[in-house]
Design a protein around this ligand. Structure first.
Ligand code: LMR
Length: 390
């Protein structure tokens, strides 16, 4: 039967990891996959994570199954960080541990498919290249609309308003909670308010992807739009990732939260989330979530984690400032937030930047600002000039 298969191209984003490793040039710069690098160019295990692993090594006395919901104490302890302390909507929230933010997106997509198979998913483009395939694989129709104009680096707010205004009640709107991937362009507070009004007026369900909390302006600031939307609407889904803000990438740590219309629907949502998890991965892997739980249970480790996350955030924003200072045309980069900015360029130009200059960014022109050093700014700008991007 396998002769029937058609060979698929490798994921172009993940292919960059191997291409960069294979490049032997000394001055190569990795602006590819969304991974944080420190001032030494390493992606270290965070200090709080090391401390939690040490603690787990000494104290964990069993690895017996926890169930499809995973570590519910992990899910509970993240809640105030994401949603604030005792929010009014807190009693309508239910969560489950998932394998990374991608697992949360997939589980949420399947939950929507079971609850309302006719729901369309509205996806502003460009977006993370895996969003549309995840929703499509869950047999949901995806409707794309232009979100950002890369040439001007501006949100196309009228296009967003139009897409939401013409959606059907019950349709799902994918929103990046902060640190938009791939553009780094987030809605202003005013624009978020407008989105909230449209969601309410047209009875749409926000599905918020929150994968970079703490890496834009700080934990509280980055969560503010999510909290504002949840205060406004009846129902919502939130896919959360700890991969970046705890530096746990390969451990795959995430959670899916669902906000129901009323407390009565919580049990229904919870049982469906557990059943869908059971047929997908049975139970999520424990180690990463146990690390996060251990950190959040300890005041000392939490303080260590928050301090290191702030350092990471400052470093990324420092890289943004360095690049903006190196070329007036790139001033917008210092106003954007999170790991990414997306220049307007062709695949051929992105390929030339790799081949000729050893500068690795996605074919789409997305660059990971967390992968550079401030001292790389000059080389990056020179390469962009040489390839006609500036
Ligand atoms: C990225 O966008 O680079 C990361 O989220 C890694 C991934 O899985 O694509």
């Amino acid at each position: 039967m396998f002769e029937q298969l058609k060979t698929r191209p490798a994921d172009s984003l993940l292919a960059l990891i191997k291409a960069f490793q294979a490049d032997e040039r000394a001055g190569k710069i990795d602006l590819g996959v969304g991974v944080y690098s420190d001032a030494m160019g390493r992606t270290p295990v965070m200090r709080a994570v090391k401390a939690a692993e040490q603690f787990l090594l000494e104290t964990q006395d069993s690895k017996k199954y926890l169930g499809p919901e995973g570590d519910l104490q992990f899910v509970r302890l993240l809640q105030p960080i994401i949603f604030g302390k005792s929010p009014a909507f807190g009693e309508r929230l239910v969560g489950i541990q998932t394998p990374g933010g991608s697992g949360a997106l997939r589980l949420g997509a399947e939950l929507v498919q079971v609850a309302n198979p006719l729901a369309k998913v509205l996806l502003g483009t460009p977006s993370w290249p895996n969003h549309a395939p995840i929703f499509g694989s869950a047999r949901l129709a995806v409707k794309e609309y232009p979100f950002v104009d890369l040439a001007s680096q501006q949100v196309k707010i009228e296009s967003v308003v139009e897409a939401l205004s013409f959606a059907n009640p019950g349709d799902v709107v994918l929103l990046h909670g902060c640190c938009h991937n791939p553009t780094g362009i987030d809605f202003t507070t005013e624009e978020w308010r407008r989105i909230a009004e449209l969601l309410v007026a047209h009875k749409l369900v926000p599905f918020i992807d929150l994968a970079y909390q703490g890496l834009g302006d700080g934990l509280e600031q980055d969560a503010a739009p999510t909290r504002m939307i949840l205060e406004a609407v009846d129902e919502a889904l939130i896919a959360y990732s700890c991969d970046k803000n705890f530096g746990l990438y390969r451990e795959r740590v995430g959670a899916l939260y669902v906000m129901t219309r009323n407390a009565d629907d919580i049990g229904k949502a919870e049982s469906n989330m557990a059943a869908l998890a059971r047929v997908n991965w049975s139970m999520p892997p424990d180690h990463g979530a146990a690390i996060v739980r251990t950190i959040l249970e300890s005041a000392e480790m939490s303080a260590m984690w928050r301090a290191e996350l702030e350092e990471m955030c400052e470093r990324i924003n420092g890289n943004r400032a360095a690049l903006a200072a190196a070329a007036p045309d790139l001033a917008f980069i210092s106003r954007q937030r999170g790991l990414f900015s997306n220049l307007s360029m062709s695949r051929e130009t992105a390929a030339a930047l790799r081949a000729t200059h050893g500068i690795y960014m996605a074919d789409s022109g997305r660059m990971n600002l967390a992968g550079m050093q401030p001292s790389d700014a000059g080389a990056i700008v020179a390469a962009l000039r040489a390839e006609g991007c500036l």
